[in-house]
Design a protein around this ligand. Structure first.
Ligand SMILES: C[S@@+](CC[C@H](N)C(=O)[O-])C[C@H]1O[C@@H](n2cnc3c(N)ncnc32)[C@H](O)[C@@H]1O
Length: 203
């Protein structure tokens, strides 16, 4: 692994994903999680403080990046819910069908190389009646911004751990076999190609 990806990038991602507006966006979806929760791309554990201990019995966090998870372990010790961190992708953990009550996915569908396959796997492991709770940045509604998102993505991806700026999040979620139940969308503060955020739930 290159030095940048190992030592610098995890801290940059933790810093950027921990900024005030981004934390407020997480706070609108994560507290809705219930029961046994699967968090996809748990990273440095920035969502952990938003889970409701009265409603969540276990958080299983998967993320192939051990450097990100290293930062997350410390946050996991600070909450009153058991957290299992697994340094793998979802399709590698061989989770049983319909084994989770909620799935949480924040700022991760931009980065998973095959996001559609991952969503199909999330659909498989989510119990009937369970919800996928998401908060993701992606394709903006304005043509001029979309042009920049397409132009910048090839340069941005290697700098930002594989992040795509131009993924159509609602379309991806629906293609993964989910039905959108609630969807809000807006620009957060910051450069527009990076800050158009979709949040809500799907089942
Ligand atoms: C921008 S970070 C976001 C981290 C965290 N979800 C958050 O909201 O702060 C993207 C995360 O996706 C993870 N990731 C990349 N590919 C993945 C995959 N195939 N399955 C699960 N997580 C993945 C990365 O390691 C990284 O931790």
């Amino acid at each position: 692994m290159r030095l940048y990806e190992r030592y610098i990038l995890p801290h940059l991602i933790d810093f950027a994903c921990g900024m005030g507006e981004v934390m407020k966006a997480r706070a609108t979806v994560v507290p809705q999680a219930r029961g046994k929760v699967l968090e996809i791309g748990i990273g440095s554990g920035l969502n952990l403080e938003f889970y409701a201990p009265a409603h969540v019995s276990l958080i299983v966090g998967v993320d192939p990046c051990t450097e990100m998870q290293r930062l997350g372990h410390e946050r996991a010790t600070r909450i009153a819910i058991p957290v299992e961190m697994i340094a793998l992708e979802l399709n590698q953990i061989q989770a049983a069908d319909a084994s989770f009550d909620s799935i949480v996915c924040t700022f991760t569908l931009c980065t998973i190389p095959d996001a559609l396959a991952a969503l199909k796997d999330m659909r498989r492991v989510l119990k009937p009646g369970g919800r996928l709770l998401f908060c993701e940045h992606g394709l903006a509604p304005d043509a001029s911004i979309v042009r920049w998102q397409h132009r910048l993505t090839p340069y941005w991806k290697p700098l930002a751990g594989g992040c795509h700026l131009n993924r159509d999040i609602p379309a991806l979620i629906e293609s993964g076999g989910f039905t959108l139940g609630a969807l809000s969308r807006r620009y957060l503060k910051g450069p527009k190609p990076m800050t158009y955020v979709y949040s809500g739930w799907a089942d």
